[in-house]
Design a protein around this ligand. Structure first.
Ligand code: NAP
Length: 331
């Protein structure tokens, strides 16, 4: 039988395990022009939370009682197509099912030379591209400048900081545990890191970590953490607005400090983006990320949890900061 995970209820606030439902169906048989795919790795991502609301956004909401979808690496088990053969590995936005059919649309072949397919969900996938494109296209950092990144020990943030170092910048990360502070300074070579959960005065802690002020703020979290960074901006600062995870589970948008005066007096540019805005840059970005990996200039972390049944809990754990680097479920 084939296990499937459906969205059963739209979460109100923080999602719960009871918002998901497990179902079973027959393993499908591929017809003409179809492939049978077996799921190997499932990406769980903060943005999936937005798709659980019944809101108009840049991507349609999940439908109730229908399977959740996310980035997945799968193996072609059998093929009735000429462009994919059995044994190929593919990547695409697929359904949370152990087995599923595909007509080849929206999936791309990935190789397994390094025996490390999960990297196509992280460093060589959506989150690596987000870090590279958001930082280089909007942040446009110059050597000697200071970059601050929030969500720094996560999939996007850990890559942003390392690219900042490669480009000759001072890099400061903001994260939620002392272990992650150490990880940022040792494995990822950040110059400084700040624990937002233990600092009494985050504005001052960031100011102390950035004696020359902040030129680029790569914002993964929004809310109060971001306000504390904006209070340390230099003139002409750039702010790639990548994510607002601190607000994703708010039922009503909280009213908070107003950021406009801080941006105005520092002549700063804040620009939101969705990674697909930069799809024309992907081939060059992947080449660059691969080169840096091969040269040993870039590294990555993955938190890999085993088992199809653990997908919903692993998704929930993103909001508790239980991951270092990319959060992935291995089937
Ligand atoms: P991630 O950082 O690997 O995982 C989420 C992390 O967020 C957690 O580990 C946790 O780390 C932190 N977090 C959770 N709740 C928080 C809160 N209330 N306040 C502050 N931090 C909190 O996830 P990711 O995939 O790399 O994504 C990072 C951000 O980028 C997300 O906002 C995501 O939606 C966004 N994103 C945007 C795009 C785009 O196209 N614009 C693409 C990919 C991702 P701590 O332990 O440090 O709290």
């Amino acid at each position: 039988m084939n296990k499937v995970i459906l969205l059963d209820k739209r979460p109100l606030g923080k999602p719960l395990l009871s918002d998901f439902k497990f179902d079973v169906e027959e393993v499908p048989v591929p017809g003409e022009g179809q492939l049978l795919l077996k799921t190997l790795y499932v990406s769980v991502d903060p943005y999936l939370r937005g798709r659980m609301n019944d809101n108009r956004s840049y991507i349609p909401p999940f439908q109730l009682t229908k399977p959740i979808q996310s980035g997945i690496i799968a193996e072609v088990v059998s093929s009735n197509r000429t462009d994919f053969k059995s044994g190929d590995f593919v990547s695409g936005i697929l359904e949370w099912k152990e087995y599923q059919l595909s007509e080849g649309k929206g999936i791309t072949r990935v190789d397994d030379i390094a025996g490390n397919l999960s990297k196509y969900l992280g460093i060589l996938g959506m989150t690596g591209l987000t870090a590279y494109c958001g930082l280089t296209e909007i942040g446009v950092p110059k050597a000697g400048e200071t970059i601050v990144v929030s969500g720094a020990a996560g999939a996007v943030g850990s890559v942003v900081g390392q690219i900042g170092k490669i480009l000759g910048c001072r890099v400061v990360g903001i994260t939620g545990t002392d272990e992650k502070v150490q990880l940022l300074k040792t494995k990822f070579k950040f110059d400084q890191a700040v624990n937002y959960k233990t600092e009494e005065n985050l504005k001052d802690a960031i100011g102390n970590a950035c004696p020359l002020g902040v030129d680029v703020y790569f914002d993964n979290v929004g809310g109060d953490i971001s306000y504390a960074v904006l209070e340390n901006l230099n003139k002409y600062a750039r702010i790639p607005l990548c994510g607002t995870i601190s607000l994703y589970n708010e039922v009503k948008p909280p009213s908070g400090p107003r950021i406009q005066p801080l941006l105005l007096v520092k002549s700063s540019l804040m620009r939101g983006f969705i990674i697909s805005d930069f799809s024309d840059k992907f081939p060059q970005a992947i080449r660059q990320l691969m080169n840096w990996l091969n040269e040993g200039k870039l590294t990555f972390s993955e938190t890999i949890v085993d088992g199809f049944d653990n997908i919903p809990q692993t998704f929930l754990d993103l909001f508790e900061g239980k991951n270092e680097g990319k959060m992935i479920v291995k089937i």
